[in-house]
Design a protein. Sequence first.
Length: 630
Amino acid sequence: MLTEHPHLTSDDVLLTAQPFHYVDPQWNVVASLMAGAHLVVLDGFHPSTFWSKVREHQVTYFYCLASMPVLLLKMPADPADRDHRVRAVQCSAIPPALHAALEERWGVPWTEAFGMTETGADIRVGFEEHGELVGSGSLGRPAAHREARIDEAGQLWLRGPGMMQGYLGHPSPYDEDGWFPTGDLARTDDAGRLYLAGRLKDMIRRSGENVAAVEVEEVLGALSFLLTGGGVAQLKTIASELNNALEGREDSARSVLRQLDVFTETLDDNKADIVDAIERLYQLAISVRQQQGTIDDALDELPSALRSLDRQREDLVTMLQSLNELGDVGVRVIEQSKDTTIETIRQLQPVLTELANSGDAFVKSVNVALTYPFVDEVVGRDPQVARNLHMGDYTNLSVELEVDRNVLELTTMLPDPPEVDVFFYRDVWQPQETQHGRILDELQVRLGRAHADADLDSIGTKLKVLGALAHIGAFQDVVRMLYYVTGMATERSAVLAYNLLHDGVRELGETAVADTVIAPIKRQEPGHYAFYQLSARGLWGELAPWQKWLVRLMRRLSFSPVGANNPEQLADFGDVMRTLHIDEDSDFAAQIARVEMELLWARDRGLPVPPYVTAAFREALELARARSAA
């Protein structure tokens, strides 16, 4: 009891109300001496004054058994019921139907304890399992010093130190291996926790069937509790009211009774399912009660969050309109320069043909993976470094198809997106990215490279799970936050990649391509990044604590490198990392996780990179190495 629940210390005050020819007051004395605690000994158990004595002596722990909790519950409720210092109660044979009522009334955990005069303290429910076992009737698990087993007949046997030597004048009750038979029938659940099922010698034969006496005792005890609690008077009142109601309606009553008979037969046929449903409902109620504080906090903050969102709505719409105007300017520049750019490329055909014949040297300098987040420290501003980069998925395919894939992912994750998100993707982001794709795709073909196939069909399991959750109203904002965080990382990648692409092409002397094709595109990318960043920062401040917790949890579970939706794509991602020689560069992961570290993990200042980011990159590298070795 010192090293296990209830972990008695010198600060505790114990109380016992049983006579000393019971073993319980005796072990109370021993436990108090060992812990250096105080022990209050009452002259007997008096239900009407028991709790006043507990308050008077500042008791922190007591043990009771049998009918004591039932008698305590029968006492009139008192405003001072929870005015005490008790932190733990252990009790033998807690009535399962009254367990929750005991804890609710006095506001303290009651845990089951099993023991015998012959064996001492044997089995108990630990505090860590208490919540899920309230009302179950479970004895818990053997104490650290005790072993327990159940034989083929269902009898409980115990073994360990601190047990009696035997009965005076009788043969030893122990078997050859030192096991003591308790005479109790027991069973275990799937988790190995013990339950009493009756007494070995207290079996009643009824119509050829064995009935445990403990089951009869439970029924009689429940009947006694009903009758002593005023049940007889209530039954008399019910009978009188029924007689008055049924007078002159005997035929209707018989019909009702026949229907009730059919109904009860149906209930009896489905008894197992009904009991299972009630047990599940009870467990749900326990879980809700354990989370009551979090639920209360969420409900308290909800009105404030809605008001704040309403206040910021006008500013957000204004921002999106400005982004749209910026996008219109960029699209006009690209449209006006399109014909000139294509003509310039035609004039450069001989040069481009020679460059294509020279191999991948030039291609690697301009094909930058926009879905891949480059780090400033890796690529810097040196065009020579740009020439060594690999082609990425974003520029070696028809980008208008990639835009369609992004919209597909958006509609999967957000089945009912807010109006501002729809406006951004439909009227700003999609037309701009489609226009970018047409021009870059033309440049791609002119370089002598074939179109790559876009993956427009496969949606990862993680995205599908997020989309399913987003159909639940309260989870829509959680999924939006995850999409914004992912979008920030992606658009940050685009900003860095277009800068690198522009500088590399100019270094090659292709200023027309750099200034008329790439420069107008790269000027639009910061606007996209701004939308994600402003949206994420604004939404994060409005989330309730339970939503923030869920965002962090789901980000850990759903994170994957951008564009890697299956093992093959993840291996491609790893190949790019190996090509850039950033296999072991921890700062690379820090750059990718920089924004979400600030928002999601600000409380973990000492954590440079979330472990799930590092793990994802490590997996990509391992897949790439395995594919190369195959």
